[in-house]
Design a protein. Sequence first.
Length: 179
Amino acid sequence: MHTSRLLLRSGPALAAAAVLPVALAGPSAAAAGISVSTTGSTVSVVTSACSEINGTWGTAALLTAKQSTVGQGRQAPLAGTTVRQSAAWKGVSPGTYTVVVVCSNGSAAGSQAVIVSSGAGSKTAATASPAPARGVLSGLGGAARHYGPLTLGVGAAVVGTGIVATGWYLRRRAKPYRL
């Protein structure tokens, strides 16, 4: 009787702890994002995250370091198909820029920093960061971009240790004279 009560109290916590590693690995696979490239003084962006609404896919903006909102930068409409949408800016002067893509439904497809140099054939020099769909998801690995085997192994060890410690604590609490 006492054991069944203990399982009823700790069961939901143990189930949640078992699902935690799967939930943490999910956001990295779901991020769509954008791809930005440069060729000489032309900057182009490609995405597959947007859908067509009322004949438009959305807009892309090229922001300088001093510009903080999409309305301040050079804007270009997205064009393409359901598989791929793109936009491009020609005659971009050398410097560091941020490309932001906003779909026609108002959701952000992503943002990425890019460095335009004066030489032809330059590539992106910064890392891509998909824009969060529901704001910043703190606590879900926002700083980690790739979950490798080591990261998942350490996470599983931490969760396993927490499950064992919870079980030991509940057992100790139920019968304090036992170890």
